[in-house]
Design a binder for this molecule. Structure first.
Ligand SMILES: [Zn+2]
Length: 204
């Protein structure tokens, strides 16, 4: 079952007390409502019942995407990351593939990637290719996130200084990368940085 604790914050605009539910552990199959809230960011968003002001509350959580056999842990700092690495060992014995992420956006992206049945290592390589393409075009890009599948394409959201762009990349291209990436690269931390280091290491 999902583990919940209840606290509260005070609305800085009107002084109202806003109840805050935080979830230490969520199982996607046992609690599909929370799974939906998570990908919609609602799990971390609070709305003041009196004045409607919204707040983002950040808290660490372990998300067990049970139908895909994945455990995605949102650890905002090193200490939490270490703790999760140890406490999730029990899931390794159950054959669950683990990931640790550092931001809510990264957490949501991972869930979207695995729900789309894509390999995150391949998705990160595509993001590196997109970064380099935009760089060559002289465009500054802050972030790139996998968003969703649309027909034959994966849609990436690209955060440029001029706003967000939706960039399609064919799913065939992404899946085609899998053969070149050894399975042991699929580790606790898979992101643009670790995949960049990997590509550098093989001279790519
Ligand atoms: Zn308020």
């Amino acid at each position: 079952m999902s583990k919940v604790s209840i606290g509260s914050i005070t609305c800085t605009r009107c002084g109202e007390n806003i109840p805050v539910h935080t979830y230490e552990y969520i199982n996607s199959i046992e609690d599909s409502r929370l799974a939906e809230l998570l990908v919609g960011r609602g799990l971390f968003t609070r709305v003041c019942p009196k004045c409607g002001e919204t707040y983002e509350t950040v808290y660490p959580t372990m998300y067990h995407l049970a139908e895909k056999n994945k455990m995605i842990m949102f650890a905002p700092d090193d200490e939490c990351s270490k703790e999760y690495e140890e406490s999730s060992q029990v899931f390794v014995q159950m054959g669950v593939d683990r990931r640790i992420v550092r931001s809510i956006s990264d957490l949501i992206e991972k869930v979207n990637i695995f729900n789309a049945d894509l390999r995150d290592t391949c998705v990160e390589v595509v993001k590196i290719m997109l970064f380099s393409r935009f760089y060559q075009e002289g465009k500054d890009v802050r972030h790139i996130y996998f968003d969703r599948v649309d027909g034959e394409d994966a849609i990436f959201d690209v955060d440029t200084l001029d706003g967000w762009l939706a960039v399609p990349v064919s799913i065939e291209t992404i899946r085609g990368l899998a053969g070149d990436i050894p399975q042991e690269i699929d580790n606790l931390t898979v992101d643009v940085r670790t995949m960049g280091e990997y590509l550098k290491g093989i001279g790519g």
